[in-house]
Design a protein around this ligand. Structure first.
Ligand code: PEP
Ligand code: CO
Length: 463
């Protein structure tokens, strides 16, 4: 059965119709070289399938109803250099561990979505960067150029689209083999440990709590299996979906296809692309592109957005009110969320529109450390999630998921948490190619705190 939206397939839309609209983050490419790279990308096999996309959409529809919880996370900017087995395995492990905690404490199944296998393009506030009187294009992510401050590194080379596609394919290949090969078998929680899980920096309390949770989970699984509980498979299926910001429209549109026996067009670079805060203009190229595809789509909403705009975004991106189709990812900042979010939630509720409310507590809480490094405070991150739960509970709606920038590595990018990272520690291992990420311990800690809250977050009776 295909979820078919006539509005999407009949409106004047084509995978390239975005080209007639303004792109707020357009890249100055050599047109001939770009055409050649896109022609090649159109021929290469897709990275994901329409079956997986439709399956994810069904799971997101359940999350919309409060019956499931989305756990989405990964790097701010994935890099080609980090396409290495231990780094990828650690990303999966932290996502898996966080999600298990959510199942156990939050008492509902999860849907796991990584910011990986394609999170290579970054929006920038300025198109150029000035250093010591030299002005060069900004670094727009490995999909576009390179971070070194030289003219050749910063030149936008369309060949990078193919190189990034290949690295996304290698990443996904490894993820698929790991998750299909028992790596994530929930019956063996001892496998989920990160190599430094027993390391010195891990607080005893947090480790004990995690071990208690996983032991309980394993016991509960055995019990349910013994009972022949038929929801077991559904509860424990370890699946990872992919997501990235659909910033580069040449890249996305070259992999957007029609699929046999299905209606409409699928963006096959990823299961779940999102539109960033800087590219969600209603008359812009990104809304034009994303309104035409069948994938579930996320859209980031910062504190300046109005209820009217949100309703118009919903009209554009999900005119048919299809369940599981649209996620509104709010990233207001801990200080503003209580003021700004209730009006948006009420307006969407009043209009009877189906959306998945997701909290990104990272992008509204970025601050500069005295050294100039970008950082985020663990307490602000946690507070934004908690205040977002409060808003939804006040409105009688459901917070359906969380979206984090995090890594399975022991980096020092965000301050706070039980590990007690301070601004003086930031340069010890600051490895992000863009925004500061929660490290492994901070991610697990935030996971526990949120999961406990989720356990008390009622499933609204009205869906
Ligand atoms: C991001 O998710 O890395 C990002 C740039 O977010 P936003 O568009 O919300 O600023
Ligand atoms: Co970011």
């Amino acid at each position: 059965m295909t979820q078919h939206s006539p509005a999407r397939s009949q409106a004047q839309w084509a995978p390239t119709s975005w080209k007639s609209k303004p792109d707020a983050q357009a890249i100055a490419y050599d047109a001939r070289a770009l055409d050649a790279a896109c022609a090649r990308l159109r021929e290469l096999p897709p990275l994901v399938t329409s079956w997986e996309i439709e399956r994810l959409k069904r799971q997101l529809a359940e999350a919309q109803q409060g019956k499931r919880f989305l756990v989405q996370g990964g790097d701010c900017a994935e890099t080609l250099a980090d396409c290495r087995s231990p780094v990828i395995a650690n990303k999966l492990k932290i996502l898996l561990q966080m999600s298990l905690v959510m199942i156990q404490e939050g008492k509902r199944p999860v849907v796991r979505v990584g910011r990986f296998a394609g999170q290579y393009a970054k929006p920038r506030s300025k198109p150029t960067e000035l250093r010591d009187g030299v002005e060069l294009p900004s670094y727009f992510g490995d999909l576009v150029n390179r971070p070194e401050f030289t003219e050749s590194a910063r030149r936008a080379d369309p060949e990078n689209l193919i190189v990034a596609y290949s690295h996304a394919a290698m990443t996904l290949n490894f993820i698929r083999s790991l998750s299909g090969g028992g790596f994530a078998d929930v019956h063996h929680p001892e496998f989920w440990e990160l190599s430094f899980f027993r390391g010195a920096g891990m607080s005893d309390a947090l480790r004990a709590e995690y071990e208690r949770t996983t032991t309980q989970l394993a016991a509960a699984l055995k019990f349910m299996e013994a009972l022949g509980e038929n929801t077991l498979e559904e509860l424990t299926r370890v699946e990872f979906f992919t997501s990235h910001e659909g910033l580069s429209l040449p890249y996305e549109s070259a992999q957007t296809r029609q699929v046999p026996r299905r209606h409409g067009w699928y963006d096959l670079t990823t299961h779940f692309p999102w539109i960033g805060e800087r590219t969600r203009a209603l008359d812009g190229a990104h809304i034009e592109f994303f309104r035409g595809i069948e994938n579930p789509v996320g859209v980031k909403l910062g504190p300046t957005v109005g209820a009217d705009q949100v309703l118009r975004l919903i009209d554009a991106l999900n005119p048919e009110n299809e369940p599981g189709k649209l996620a509104l990812v709010t990233r207001m900042g801990a200080r503003k969320v209580s003021d700004v979010l209730p009006d948006l939630v009420e307006a969407v509720k009043k209009a009877g529109r189906l959306v998945l409310w997701v909290c990104d507590p990272m992008h509204g809480n970025t601050q500069a450390a005295p050294s100039g490094l970008k950082t985020r405070d663990f307490d602000h991150i946690l507070r934004e999630v908690e205040l977002t739960f409060d808003v939804h509970e006040g409105c009688g709606t459901s917070l359906g998921g969380v979206h984090f920038e995090m890594t399975g590595e022991d980096v020092t990018e965000c301050i706070g948490g039980a590990a007690g990272i301070t601004v003086d520690d930031l340069d010890k291992n600051y490895a992000s190619a863009c925004d500061p990420r929660l490290n492994y311990r901070q991610a697990l800690e935030v996971g526990f705190r949120i999961a406990r809250r989720l356990g008390k977050h009622a499933i609204p009776s009205r869906t």
